[in-house]
Design a protein around this ligand. Structure first.
Ligand SMILES: Nc1ncnc2c1ncn2[C@@H]1O[C@H](COP(=O)(O)OP(=O)(O)OP(=O)(O)O)[C@@H](O)[C@H]1O
Length: 211
């Protein structure tokens, strides 16, 4: 699942490293992510996967190294309309229903097509739960609501932190199908995982972090 290298990748990390209390969390780390490419960030608990995601989303600053977006220093202003982040915190309003949460999410992007929300909720396996308060859903069902955003909001780059967490076998297959479709359409994705992820669409680039 690697695209042919272009002169300017979508995202590039050069000698990126992060420390906490003078202890290295990870790095130096180098990688390039092209359009049409999937990269898996693998590592055990505490190896720094979420820390790396937080750096990529601008929530933390790296101590050393460079992050480039389309060849320019990464800044949220430069890439915000092109990047979609799914983290451990799912960003759902628990008093609202899945339908209301998704209407709110797409509204932020100027969209109001409620029929697409119904389609997305069906696709992620939430038929019958569309109007239930999110707080009443299981952890896996909540994750599926968050995954539905990937179907509705256009983005070149998906940053997915442990998208498989709390999902059953069909949920894991759903994530893989979403990723395969996104990559096939020329999107890119950086995905953290504890490992053992199998794709049908080709072998992803893998980056291993060590605790
Ligand atoms: N807010 C924080 N303050 C201090 N240390 C932290 C904080 N968050 C994480 N750490 C430490 O940074 C290291 C990397 O944590 P991180 O959450 O990035 O790992 P991870 O690979 O995502 O782990 P997991 O697989 O358990 O989600 C760990 O040693 C952790 O204890």
């Amino acid at each position: 699942m690697t695209a042919s290298p272009s002169a300017t990748p979508l995202l590039e990390a050069r000698a990126l490293s992060f420390h906490r209390q003078d202890e290295p969390v990870f790095g130096p780390l180098d990688f390039r992510l092209e359009a049409g490419e999937l990269t898996l960030i693998e590592g055990d608990n505490g190896s720094g996967k979420t820390t790396l995601m937080r750096i990529l989303t601008g929530l933390l600053r790296p101590e050393e190294g460079e992050l480039l977006w389309r060849g320019q220093p990464l800044s949220w202003d430069r890439c915000s309309g092109e990047v979609l982040f799914l983290g451990h915190q799912l960003g759902l309003k628990t008093e609202l229903s899945p339908r209301e949460n998704l209407a709110f999410a797409i509204g932020l992007y100027g969209q109001h097509n409620l029929a697409r929300i119904n389609e997305a909720l069906t696709l992620v396996g939430l038929t019958g739960y569309e109007d239930e308060a999110v707080r009443k859903l299981s952890a896996g069902q909540k994750k599926r609501v968050a995954l539905a955003r990937l179907l509705l909001i256009p983005a070149s780059l998906w940053l997915l932190d442990e998208p498989y967490a709390n999902l059953d076998r069909t949920g894991i297959e759903l994530v893989n199908r979403l990723l395969e479709a996104h990559i096939a359409q020329g999107g890119a994705a950086l995905v953290t995982s504890h490992g053992a992820v199998q794709f049908h669409g080709g072998e992803p680039q893998r980056i291993r972090l060590h605790a």
